[in-house]
Design a protein around this ligand. Structure first.
Ligand SMILES: *[C@@H]1O[C@H](CO)[C@@H](O)[C@H](O)[C@H]1NC(C)=O
Ligand SMILES: *[C@@H]1O[C@H](CO)[C@@H](O)[C@H](O)[C@H]1NC(C)=O
Length: 216
């Protein structure tokens, strides 16, 4: 019995170690992503270090505003391993987020990253919601220079609460954080999640679900 508890304890300890980890640590100075390799690994295969150039560690253009003329009024310019191959295995990335007046970065999660955001221009209302059963909303109005953190995996959002444009820069604890936009994933999946399932989940009539699904 005691050894059984010990085993369960060991398993739990192992699980929590895995859950605490972010992207794996590099085992060499760098491992620039070789996107031409046919070999599939967790992340990208390393480019031959002898072929690596300064450009592999460079991204230019984060001074440029994204086009916010869209349904939500925001634009995310990502600088992750897909734009900057030198980020492979480093466990970090960043984004620039532009917001039209009253624009939003709608509720979403990053399955692989915690996010730390700084407001460069304007005022933002930000928030995140904790997991079940509490689903507690932590929310704050941020001004230029304010920093806020969104814990890994939790649903979060930002809204521009000013009449001018707003800009934020955020760092993320993954070379490839991933994004799940709640509305798109739930109502715009391909193929659709059946309206029967969503009507039950959201406690509304199927017609309401069909109407929302038609927008995505
Ligand atoms: C974000 O801005 C870029 C650059 O202006 C543009 O190419 C892209 O289509 C925009 N994305 C969205 C979702 O509006
Ligand atoms: C921004 O995107 C909108 C909608 O796609 C487009 O009509 C407009 O020309 C774009 N603006 C710029 C500056 O590219």
């Amino acid at each position: 019995m005691a050894s059984c508890f010990l085993l369960v304890g060991l398993l739990l300890a192992t699980c929590s170690l895995v859950a605490l980890a972010s992207d794996p640590s590099p085992l060499q100075d760098f491992c620039v992503a070789d996107r031409d390799s046919k070999v599939l690994v967790n992340g990208f295969v390393c480019k031959d270090p002898k072929m690596v150039k300064a450009e592999d560690f460079l991204f230019r253009g984060l001074d440029k505003m994204g086009n916010t003329t869209n349904a939500v009024g925001s634009n995310v310019t990502a600088v992750n391993v897909n734009q900057l191959p030198g980020l492979n295995t480093f466990g970090i990335s960043m984004v620039r987020i532009d917001y039209a007046p009253w624009g939003q970065n709608t509720p979403h999660t990053h399955p692989r990253a915690t996010e730390i955001l700084v407001v460069i221009e304007g005022s933002l209302l930000v928030g995140f919601v904790t997991s079940n059963p509490d689903n507690k909303l932590f929310t704050k109005r941020l001004e230029k220079g304010d920093v806020f953190v969104f814990p890994e995996g939790l649903i979060h959002f930002q809204q521009n609460v000013g009449n001018g444009y707003a800009v934020a820069i955020a760092g993320l604890s993954s070379q490839n954080p991933g994004v799940i936009t709640i509305a798109n994933a739930v109502f715009g999946s391909n193929p659709d999640i059946s309206d029967d399932i969503l009507a039950r989940a959201f406690q509304v009539d199927k017609k309401v679900i069909d109407q929302i699904q038609s927008k995505f």
